[in-house]
Design a protein. Structure first.
Length: 427
């Protein structure tokens, strides 16, 4: 049996330019939203990641056709022959499969969906999704890991509702939003998520003919349109701020000067502020963002919060940077406490980290030491790659399939900047 590994050796400062692909957390939701209208959708700036292929397979099982027109361009064809059943063998492979719930319920009035899988980093219940949709007239039965949803009205059509989320959940906001575009009347989502990827979805729906107010704010107002009135559209996927942050972190621990082509600084303002406090200089350029770093980083305290705060996806990168910074930093996880599970892998590289519940105390060391490590999830895997850049000797990373789910050629892009990194196959 063979297994792919990533081998990283410390190589000094990074230099050059790297293109930032489209956002994983946007493209998967756009693909699901294509269930809402017949016609041919063309998405550009699509990242070449495993999760896009899994979502395409899921949509094919439901009744859509997909094809890669050229690198970075995907075509989705919806001819209306939709079967609102999401098979378990596909759903369990990807968390974003939950995003077909809103579009299918809004369009078909019923859906059968297995509970989704994806990264294993703690419980992420879908209670808020279901409560919001129930307020719009949906009925749910959960049995044996399957959600059976239906709309019990004469016309099998959801109705508008005033919904206040207990927490600005991205997934709940997305499902309520995509269900509401065909609902009768007006739906208001208070305490809605504000992530750039959610705004990208809203803009996509508006281009399809949806009526949405308050995009980018914590209060979304959706005026339902007549069923069948939305139409297919073309759309460019917003750049991936998490991938951009990964390359920023790579330069921060390695030194050097790199341009991140296509990166959106306005989507990362809080993170860029905290990076600047740690030492790197980051400036906007006509191409995107330029980062320069020289010398050891400075420790800071950081806490994760909903957007526009520090995203939980950034945290493994920040912990890695703190592991080689001068001083002691305290990291507080306010969203998913299970996301400190990669700390043991960083400790194998010589990081001085003490994690307890929602908090981790990181005492920086001048150098990490190469060792074999395993990626537990997408973002932690990328952070371990970055740690390898800051480690003496050789770091060997397994669990590469996790990184492939969210990163478009991370190894190749880092190598193009001068990193000593390669993928190898072992038996």
């Amino acid at each position: 049996m063979t297994e792919e590994r990533i081998v990283i050796r410390r190589a000094g400062p990074l230099h050059g330019e790297v293109a930032i692909p489209g956002a994983k957390n946007s493209v998967l939701k756009l693909m699901a939203a294509s269930l809402l209208a017949d016609g041919c959708f063309t998405l550009t700036n699509v990242p070449d990641i495993a999760d896009v292929g899994i979502m395409a397979d899921l949509l094919t099982a439901i009744g859509l056709r997909s094809e890669q027109v050229q690198p970075g361009t995907m075509r989705l064809v919806n001819d209306g022959a939709i079967v609102p059943v999401a098979p378990y063998e596909l759903v369990e492979r990807i968390r974003a499969s939950i995003n077909v719930l809103g579009p299918l319920l809004g369009r078909c009035g019923r859906v059968s969906l297995s509970l989704p899988g994806g990264d294993d980093f703690g419980s992420r219940p879908i209670d808020m999704h279901l409560k919001g949709l129930e307020a719009m007239g949906a009925t749910f039965v959960l049995r044996h890991g399957v959600v059976e949803a239906s709309v019990r009205t004469p016309d099998e059509r959801l109705h508008g509702a005033e919904i206040t989320l207990e927490f600005p959940s991205v997934g709940a906001t997305e499902n309520i939003l995509t269900a509401a575009v065909y609902a009768k009347g007006t739906t208001v989502i208070d305490h809605a998520a504000r992530e750039p990827e959610l705004a990208d979805l809203c803009n996509f729906l508006v281009a399809m003919g949806a009526q949405i107010e308050g995009i980018g704010s914590p209060r979304l107002v959706i005026h339902g349109v007549e069923p069948g009135s939305l139409h297919a559209t073309d759309h460019e996927v917003v750049p991936d701020r998490i991938q951009a942050a990964t390359y920023l972190a790579a330069v921060a621990v390695s030194g050097g000067e790199v341009v991140l082509r296509g990166a959106r600084g306005d989507h990362m303002e809080m993170l860029l502020r905290r990076f600047h406090e740690m030492g790197p200089t980051i400036t906007a350029s006509p191409a995107g963002l330029a980062v320069w770093a020289d010398g050891r980083l400075h420790s800071i305290d950081v806490a994760t919060l909903p957007y526009p705060g520090i995203a939980t996806d950034y945290k493994p990168l920040l912990v890695t940077m703190l592991a080689v910074a001068d001083g002691v930093g305290i990291v507080t996880e306010n969203l998913y406490p299970g996301r400190f599970r990669y700390v043991e892998e960083l400790q194998r590289l010589g990081a001085d980290i003490r994690a307890d519940g929602h908090h981790a105390v990181v005492r920086g060391v001048p150098r990490l030491s190469g060792a074999p490590v395993r990626a537990p999830d997408i973002r932690a895997g990328a952070a371990l790659v970055i740690a390898g850049l800051a480690a003496d000797g050789e770091t060997t990373l397994t669990g590469v399939q996790h990184i492939d789910r969210g990163y478009d050629d991370l190894v190749g892009r880092l190598a193009s900047l001068g990193a000593d990194i390669e993928r190898v196959v072992s038996s």
